[in-house]
Structure formats: C-alpha cells, structure tokens
Design a binder for this molecule. Structure first.
Ligand code: HDD
Length: 702
C-alpha cells in the first residue's frame, strides 16, 4: 500500500466537479431538491420503495453507530504539536521528533474517562486517559498513557477481570461510570496489587478540574534506543503548565447533572478562545546497569520511580491548538496502539505492556470494522506508507500493478527493504522456563500505596479517607467486603484504616508492624504543583439592576488581562441589567442555567439596588454559600459585602478603608472607579491558589 495518490486517483481528482452552491446530493452526487417528505403513492398513500434518496438517508442513519470503546469510551480530542527543547536526548534515542530542535511534530491527543459509556458524565471518580499520537516523519508513535502513573494490575491477563469488576454490574447494568459498587471492591479486597492505583483513584487526582490541568504518565518503563543500538530505561511524564488542580467530590456530583460535558467543554472552549493548553514532556532515564537497584521491579506497572530518586528531565513541550472538525471522524475513529513505535523507542518485558501490544490492534479490528483503519484521516501517518497489504473492508487505496508480495521482480522489487532509519527491535537476551507464575519481585503490594499516603498533605489525606468512606458506603454491608477492604488498608497504614473504619461504623483492625516505609515524595502531592497563574480560571460576577458597573469593569479588566474568564450572572437569562451609571451591562447567564460548581471564584459587586435584589434571591445566596463551602475565593466590594453576610459567610470583612483578605474572602468598602488595587491584587492571589484548603465549612448547609 502507498498512501500517495496513484495516477488513476489523480485523474479522478482532476475530473471532480464542485456543485458550487453547496447543494444537497445523494451519496452518488445526484442533486436533491426535496428531503422533507418521502415519495408516496398519493398525498396520503403508502411510501414507495423506489425512493432511493429516502432509503439511502435512513439506511445510513441506521448504521451510524459503531461499537464504543470497551474502556475509555467517553473522550475529547485535540490537535497540536510537539517540539523538543534541544538535542539533549540525542545520545539516548534515534527518535528524531525527540531530538531535532525546532522540529514541530503534529499530534492528536485524546483524553478520556475509563469506566463510563460514551454518554456518561465527565466528572465521575475515575482514571483519565491521556493518549498522544505523534505523526512523526519516521512513522506514527503512540504514547497511550493515563493521568495516574500506576495501573491496577500487573499482568494483562487480569485486564478483563479488572474491567468487568469496575464496569456496571452485568445483571442490571448499574451503576454507570462509578466505582462505588460491590464488584469493584470485591475484586480490590482480593487482589492487593490494585491498591496503589486505588489510592490514586480515591485521591483528588481522580477528579481533575480540567483535562488541561492534569499530569500524564506513560506508566510503563519503556526503553530509549540510540543509533548504535544501546538502550536506557525511560519513564514518560507530561506536566501541565497550568498546574494540577482538582474538583471537590461534591462539586463533581453536581456538575454531572448541571453540565455533564464539563471537561470536554472546558477543553473545547479554551482552544476556541486561543488559550492553548500546554504540557512539558519529561523523562526519567535509568541506565540498564541500575535495573536491579530499586526496592521494586522496574517492569511492574503498579510502581513509580520517585522523582526525588530519579529526577524528571524536561525534554520538550506539547501545545494543543486546534479542535477537531468532526467528533466522530476524528475523536471517535482515532485508533491508538501501544505497539505503534518509531526507531529509538522500544518496549520492555513489562507483562502488562506486552498484553497491551496485542489488545489495541485487536480492538480496532472490531471497533473500526476491519484492518484498514489506518487509512482514516486521523490515523494516517504523514510518513510514506508502502507495503503488500491488500483488500479488506473499506480499502481506501487503489494499489497499482500485479505484485503484492516480496520478493518480486515484476514490480521492480518494490517496495524495497529499507537500509537506513529502520526500526530494529532492541536486542535482548531472553532465557527462561515456560511458566505461568508472577515474579517474586512483583509481590510487594503495600509499600508504594504507603508512600503515596505518606506523601499527601493533611487535606489530601482527608479527601482520600472521605472517598473510601463514600465508595465503601455504597458497598452492600451484607457482602463482607467492607471489612476485607479495611483489612487491606491496615496493611498500608493503620491510621488510614482506622479513619475509614470509623466513618463506616466498623471496628478498626489491630495495628500490624510495617516492614518498609519509604521517605515521602513531595512530587506526589498535587498541592506542590500549583503555579502562579489565573489563566482560564472562571470567575462568576453576580449582578442585578443598579449594579456598580465601574467597579465590575475595573476588576474584570484586571482578571481578563491575566487570562481569566469573567461571566456576568443575573436573575434574568439574557439581555442586560441597568447599572448605577445609567448604562446597560450585558448578562452572560441566568442563575437558573448555571451553578457555582462551574466556577473557580465569585465576585459580588456593590450597587445598593442590585444588592437589595440579590439578598432577596435564594438562588443567588445559595450560589455564594455553596462556593464558600467549596473553599473557593469569594470577593465583594461596596454594598456587595451584605450578600456575603446573608449567605452565612462569617469571615472577617472590611468595615473601614482598605481591603481585607481573610480565609479566602476578599472585601473592600471602596467602589466604582475608586475600587481598591489591593482588593483586586488580593483577589488575583486567591484565584491563583485556587482553594482555601484550611477553611472550616462543616456548618455551611449548602
Ligand atoms: Fe488500555 C484504551 C490507557 C492497560 C486495553 N487504554 C485505552 C485508552 C487509554 C488507555 C488512554 C484510550 C485510547 C483512546 O483514547 O482511544 N490502558 C491504558 C493504560 C494502561 C492500559 C495507561 C496501563 C498502563 N489497556 C490496558 C491493558 C489492556 C488494555 C492491560 C488489555 C490487555 N485499552 C485497551 C483496549 C482499548 C484501551 C481494550 C479500548 C479502546 C482502545 O483500546 O482503542 O484495547
């Protein structure tokens, strides 16, 4: 097969007639002037089979659906490019896209949830897929990773078991896109290799605020191979420039109803608005001579290599700057495959990875209907493709000539074998008995979940406890699963087990002695990955007739200048509200169509009449108290401060001159053109920090 158009295809291309006016046609190009009524025998008579247009229209519709991905069914994709910073990896890999400074390699990235169906909500507790297709000049390379650095199982043969356990239960297909049910926790309680990834799943990492604000990991230990055939172990990391941020579990549950497309919409809108998300690619390099220097097996995908032990070296950057034109054609039909490698990158013997190398090709055959899915535009390499593969469903290429075999003379010996820039499998001596047995070196299941737990800040640890309590609280008490999971947690850390047990009304197991305790890894706490930026954060401004528009304009201009989105939310769903200056202010959203959970911060401006209306409106009051409960920055100026008090915000507020910033509540009595710079500065600082983790809100009913 050759992906450059052959002469016959070119002839046809040249003869194509553009109907010029965008006319509706059949699939055969026949123009249609009526598509609202089928052909019938008489006005009220039977529909006729000879209406080929109607039949084609409905038949195509009947066949529109393809099987959804068995996992990662729901996703969002975008195009962009990857660019290495320099040639720093040139000694380690022959992959040119990683080592050619200034070379921009096109990419397509698909983010996804894992357990839910295509129509499920975005903000469920789940791992997120982070799959990147690099269209390199040496062929397509796919890095099919997740936003967790570890996986739930060690050997791919367990994948159907794990996925069956986490997916909806087969007898009633409940629950959708949720891990909080009997079968997952039954599996976890019996399969301790799951525990490390389960700790990540119970952490805030499973609730990303945005796809643009999560890390990505290649997960496995791969291998870089240089031009001389020498190898080095490598772990891949994506680090988002916007930092790592999460939602709060209660927000996730609300957003699942208010805006089930929250993460997809966020990615789409950011790219449409020109706020192109960016990640830094980093690598951990481990010389082969150090393979056995770790207290775990490098081939075990349930283990991390702590960044403090092997630093992550920055290699290049990826920018996503274009949304797809058509969701189905691109995001749905993109086919990733862990075995899509280019010269300079290779596998290791990780038994999970080895299985994936079989599974991805296999799944595309059923999902995309045959062996020619690489012809689809989103999957086509930019590199020249030539081979002797022929036929099959949906063959898009008209191959030339009588030969489709190697060796041949009749086809001039083409395609010829390459003698430069070739993929050669890494030469490795393999020697062993044919056995079905897990390696002893894979059998430490507890020390790394413990490392993760020990590396959490107090608030992150509290969220993990709450997540276990929620999930296990949904597990049938009669099943015996809850205490079995708590027993497993006790082998990670007694305090963790005791806190979860207390929330479930169980007796904590007796403390056991812990053999290995590693030094905490600060890189694991996402609170250490918060950069100073408010770029693309969403600020809600609550306004009604009589609002202080000058004050809004001053604050909004400063926030927008730094990249934030500012939405005016009012009691009406559109149009304008009148302002204290007599002008009109455009309303972005009515309070009935939105929720505080969709914003990062709230600003309540002054204007006596506006404030009078807001304090009388339960939805507005709820908006403020809920944002306060969700630990978000709350700001008010002038009379707007009254709204905070009506919403039960008990923090100290400004009552004289000067801005007051306390507990993430920023207030100032100044207003209009005189609105205090210090107030605006404090608001920006609070939005940068994102949440006020130590705010006490247990008494807030929202
Ligand atoms: Fe997988 C899809 C990531 C283990 C079998 N996987 C899929 C996707 C991602 C991952 C991001 C979605 C790709 C897309 O957007 O189209 N999978 C992972 C990671 C794993 C992992 C990071 C562990 C380190 N996967 C894994 C195993 C198997 C599979 C062990 C099978 C033995 N994965 C699949 C699959 C999917 C898939 C069934 C479903 C749709 C697809 O491949 O194209 O083949």
């Amino acid at each position: 097969m050759n992906n450059t158009p052959n002469p016959k295809q070119q002839q046809l291309e040249g003869a194509r007639v553009d109907n010029g006016k965008g006319y509706l046609t059949t699939q055969q190009g026949v123009r249609i002037d009526h598509t609202d009524d089928a052909l019938t025998a008489g006005e009220r008579g039977p529909t006729l089979l000879e209406d080929f247009h109607a039949r084609e229209k409905v038949t195509h519709f009947d066949h529109e659906r393809i099987p959804e991905r068995v996992v990662h069914a729901r996703g969002a994709g975008a195009y962009g490019y990857f660019e290495p910073y320099d040639d720093g990896l040139a000694d380690f890999t022959a992959a040119k896209f990683l080592t050619t400074p200034g070379l921009r390699t096109p990419v397509f990235v698909r983010f996804s949830t894992v357990a839910g169906s295509r129509g499920s909500a975005d903000t469920v507790r789940d791992v997120r897929g982070f799959a990147t297709k690099f269209y390199t000049e040496q062929g397509n390379y796919d890095l099919v990773g997740n936003n967790f650095p570890v996986f739930f199982i060690q050997d791919g043969i367990k994948f159907p078991d794990f996925v069956h356990a986490v997916k909806p239960e087969p007898h009633n297909e409940i629950p959708q896109a949720a891990s909080a049910h009997n079968t997952l926790w039954d599996f976890v309680s019996l399969q301790p290799e799951t525990l490390h990834a389960i700790m990540w799943l119970m952490s805030d990492r499973a609730l990303p605020r945005s796809y643009r604000m999560m890390q990505g990991f290649g997960v496995h230990t791969f291998r870089l191979v240089n031009a001389s055939g020498q190898g080095v172990f490598v772990k891949f990391h994506w680090k988002p420039l916007l930092g790592v941020h999460s939602l709060i579990w209660e927000e996730c549950q609300q957003i699942a109803g208010k805006d089930p497309d929250f993460n997809r919409r966020d990615l789409w809108e950011a790219i449409e608005a020109g706020h192109y998300p960016e990640w830094e690619l980093g690598v951990q390099l481990i010389p082969e001579s150090d393979e056995f220097d770790f207290p775990f097996d490098l081939l075990d995908a349930t283990k991390i290599v702590p960044e403090e032990r092997v630093p992550v070296l920055p290699v290049g950057r990826m920018v996503l700057d274009r949304n797809p034109d058509n969701f189905f054609a691109e995001t749905e039909q993109v086919a990733f495959h862990t075995a899509n490698l280019v010269p300079g990158i290779d596998f290791t013997n990780d038994p999970l990875l080895q299985f994936r190398n079989f599974s991805y090709l296999d799944t595309q055959l059923i999902r995309l209907g045959g062996p020619n899915f690489a012809h689809l535009p989103v999957n086509r390499p930019i590199a020249d493709v030539r081979n002797n593969q022929r036929d099959g469903y949906s063959q898009h290429t008209i191959a030339q000539g009588p030969t489709s075999y190697y060796k041949n003379t009749l086809g001039g010996g083409c395609p010829a074998l390459a003698d430069e820039d070739v993929f050669r499998h890494y030469t490795e001596r393999v020697d062993g008995h044919k056995i079905r047995r897990r390696a002893e070196s894979f059998k430490d299941y507890y020390s790394q979940p413990r490392l993760f737990w020990d590396s959490m800040s107090a608030v992150e640890a509290e969220h993990i406890v709450a997540a276990f309590a929620f999930e296990l609280g949904k597990v049938g008490p009669e099943t015996g699963i809850r205490p079995r999971v708590v027993e497993q947690l006790n082998l990670i850390d007694h305090d963790l087990a005791a806190r979860v047990a207390a929330k479930l009304g169980l007796t904590a197991p007796a403390e056991v002695s812990i053999d290995v305790r590693h030094a905490p890894s600060p890189a694991l706490s996402q609170l250490n990955a918060v950069p100073h930026t408010i770029d693309t954060r969403r600020i809600a401004v609550l306004a009604a007739g009589g609002v202080d528009v000058r004050g809004i304009e001053r604050a909004a201009a400063a926030l927008r200048r730094l990249g934030a989105t500012v939405d005016i939310i009012s009691t009406v769903g559109g149009g304008t509200v009148w302002c204290d200056t007599g002008h009109e202010l455009a309303v972005d959203l009515g309070i009935n169509t939105t929720s505080s959970a969709l914003y990062d911060a709230v600003l309540v401006p002054g204007g006596a009449e506006s404030v009078e209306q807001l304090t009388q409106d339960g939805s507005m009051i709820h908006f403020v108290s809920e944002a306060y409960k969700h630990l978000k920055p709350i700001a008010a100026f002038g009379a707007g401060i009254d709204v905070l008090q009506a919403a039960g915000v008990r923090t100290r507020v400004a009552n004289g001159s000067g801005a007051v910033s306390d507990d993430g509540v920023i207030t100032s009595r100044t207003s209009g053109d005189d609105l205090d710079d210090a107030f605006i500065g404090a608001l920006v600082g609070a939005v940068e920090r994102h949440r006020v983790w130590d705010r006490v809100t247990d008494m807030i009913p929202a």
